[in-house]
Ligand binder design. Structure first.
Ligand code: 13P
Length: 228
């Protein structure tokens, strides 16, 4: 079974959620589909689709205006939470240390964290991909418990460019070798209906983290169907 995780980022509204979720629930798949939505959409009917969030506070509760705690996510029926997405690391200066705190807190409260890692184009061009991935993973992952790793090269996010098969193999094998026990490893970055099947068939790839193409039925359902 593969994991197909949609990440809506800062997009969508309740009508669009209901529309897509109904379509997902009517689509036969042997894989697991998880939708990570903005906080404001984490309520109402989920039509049987597993709910995820895109971030969580690294604090349990208290005076942290604007933040959302893991117990609030649990209350809303969330099962997975993305931590350390490259956009959080870039625009909110999140460090590996903060990401690890968030992942640890999520696990403690029964929510599975999806720990994101990935190199920049500069790091890739300098031949540092393996070292960067290893360091980000070992410093960001929780010490115990069940989690998911998402390998998302920053230069592949929203660009329409994907790594070669051998680049993905090398990166996910690095992740696999750095994990103390096997955990699902996802690939993310410019996934669409034309490349999903091929990428998800790469050794060590247990699923996909899909951004833009997860927003609408026309682009997301073909991805789900293509990897059945
Ligand atoms: P795109 O699929 O839009 O490239 O985004 C990938 C991503 O960042 C998912 O978390």
């Amino acid at each position: 079974m593969k994991l197909i995780i949609g990440n809506w980022k800062m997009n969508g509204n309740m009508d669009e959620k209901n529309f897509l979720f109904k379509d997902i629930s009517n689509t036969k798949t042997k894989n697991k589909v998880i939708m990570c939505l903005p906080f404001t959409l984490l309520w109402g009917d989920s039509f049987g689709v597993t709910l995820g969030a895109q971030d969580v506070s690294n604090h349990e509760n208290g005076a942290y205006t604007g933040d959302i705690s893991v117990s609030m996510l649990k209350d809303a029926g969330v099962k997975y939470v993305i931590v350390g997405h490259s956009e959080r690391r870039t625009f909110h200066n999140e460090t590996n240390e903060t990401v690890k705190e968030k992942a640890t807190l999520a696990i403690k409260n029964g929510i599975i964290p999806v720990v994101c890692i990935g190199e920049t184009m500069e790091e890739k061009n300098a031949g540092h991909t393996t070292a960067v991935i290893k360091k980000m993973l070992t410093e960001s992952m929780p010490d115990n418990g069940e989690f998911v790793v998402a390998y998302e090269p920053r230069w592949a996010i929203g660009t329409g460019v994907t790594p070669t098969t051998s680049e993905i193999v090398s990166a996910v094998k690095t992740v696999f070798d750095a994990l103390p026990t096997p955990m699902p490893i996802l690939y993310g970055g410019s996934i669409n209906a034309n490349n999903a099947k091929e990428i998800v068939s790469i050794p060590y790839v247990d699923g996909l983290l899909v951004g833009g193409a997860s927003l609408k039925s026309e682009t997301f359902l073909p991805i789900i169907k293509s990897i059945n």
